[in-house]
Design a protein around this ligand. Structure first.
Ligand SMILES: Nc1nc2[nH]cc(C(=O)O)c2c(=O)[nH]1
Ligand code: SF4
Ligand SMILES: [Mg+2]
Length: 398
């Protein structure tokens, strides 16, 4: 016979019961309750019992505690039936194993990316009282559910929406880089730039001929671009070109970038309207003075003239974005007459208008500022520098 006055229950590892194999918890610690021993009083008190007393294990109400304060970010479980998300019912077969990155954009809080075989799993922690988790399963081997692009753009006559032969949403990208936004109202904001290759216009002064006159680049999966944007840890993405509104896949790309909470600027000439998600629509209507020479480029002279100023499409682009700006590249004071016509046709305010000098050197910009500034001031327009040239010189990837 044995007197039992109290039973000590060591309670570390209790939380592991929430999973079959013990997940790796927040910051890589084993999930556990953090206060030592719990004491359960003997209901028999000072009496004696004949048979040995078998303590019934405490029921694990700690299961819920596990996620009340923190969400488990890393899940490194390879085997076993269930990964330890007792509240969310996530199964190991859904969540892969290898952590790809831990960059967390500040705007909404991206949890984690995992790769499992050909699959990429994006676990997003939305900052809300209920700590919701949204799981996105992106299968590299087939177009994901977010890659649908909508039809109905305003298009030039010889442009078609090509289907990717593989069926995977991809865009021709000439470069992507991190830099500070050098133009317009977000000047100075560090951003991830994606430059699509290809343009439906041919400005004679184009500063990115490798994305227009001589389009270069690699077909890149939309999903890879989203992951690359997330990996930078930045909150702002700039889609530029070439003409980024030309490939229909831009719609899916903007949807996914929005889905993960990134701020999207689209730098466009405004000739193509698509159903994109956009925070700042940065429209640079191309003036008559941008037209290429009829002698040297008769075909592009005609196409450029025909396509460059569809006011209706520009107006729709303005309406579908939270914010917009109109950026005009000017070559002489004569351009201001056309600018005034466009601003009036679009029914926009002078303070939405930014005037940029043509030129890709500090000297050219300084020279232009002298005659541009008074013209801008008189009309309430803003002078727009190309700060990237002052910061980095005229170099690709900046
Ligand atoms: N830093 C930087 N800012 C930019 N703003 C608009 C750009 C463009 O090429 O569209 C650009 C660019 O290429 N670089
Ligand atoms: S619209 Fe832009 S990318 Fe296209 S040719 Fe003109 S400057 Fe170059
Ligand atoms: Mg540029």
């Amino acid at each position: 016979m044995k007197a039992i006055s109290s039973i000590g229950i060591p309670n570390h590892n209790v939380a592991v019961q929430a999973t079959a194999r013990g997940p790796t918890a927040f910051y890589g610690c084993t999930a556990r309750i953090h206060h030592g021993q719990k004491v359960v009083h003997d209901p028999v008190r000072h009496g004696f019992v004949e048979d040995s007393f078998i303590a019934k294990p405490l029921q694990v109400h700690f299961q819920t505690l596990q996620f009340d304060t923190y969400f488990v970010w890393h899940i490194c479980e390879h085997d076993g039936p269930v990964v330890g998300l007792s509240r969310f019912g996530a199964y190991r077969s859904k969540l892969g194993a290898m952590v790809l990155d831990r960059k967390i954009p500040t705007r909404v809080g991206i949890g984690e990316c995992f790769q499992y075989g050909s699959k990429i799993v994006l676990v997003t922690q939305w900052i809300s009282p209920s700590l919701e988790i949204s799981l996105r399963l992106m299968d590299n081997s087939q177009e994901s559910q977010f890659s649908q692009a909508s039809a109905g753009p305003t298009r030039g006559t010889d442009l078609e929406d090509r289907e990717s032969p593989s069926g995977i949403a991809q865009l021709k990208v000439s470069e992507r880089f991190v830099s500070r936004q050098g133009e317009g109202r977000l000047t100075g904001v560090e951003s991830f730039f994606i430059r699509t290759s290809g343009c439906n216009l041919r400005c004679h002064f184009c500063d990115t001929p490798y994305a227009s006159w001589n389009p270069q680049g690699d077909l890149t999966k939309v999903d890879d671009l989203v992951l690359a944007a997330l990996k930078t840890g930045l909150t702002h993405v700039v889609l530029t070109g070439g003409e980024p509104m030309l490939p229909k896949e831009i719609v899916g790309l903007t949807q996914k970038l929005r889905e993960v909470g990134l701020h999207i600027t689209i730098e466009t000439a405004g000739t193509i309207d698509r159903d994109v998600e956009c925070d700042l629509m940065s429209i640079s209507p191309k003036l008559a003075s941008s037209t290429p020479s009829a002698d040297k480029h008769p075909r592009w002279n005609a196409l450029h003239s025909q396509r460059r100023m569809p006011i209706d499409a520009m107006r729709r682009l303005i309406d579908r974005s939270d914010e917009f700006q109109l950026k005009f590249v000017v070559t002489s004071a004569d351009d201001f007459n056309e600018i005034e016509e466009v601003v009036s046709a679009l029914q926009t305010q002078p303070n939405d208008v930014w005037i940029m000098p043509e030129g890709v050197t500090n000297e050219a910009m300084d020279k232009a500022t002298a005659w541009l500034n008074p013209l801008c001031e008189a009309r309430g327009y803003q002078y727009c520098d190309r700060m990237q040239i002052r910061w980095y010189g005229n170099r690709r990837g900046t």
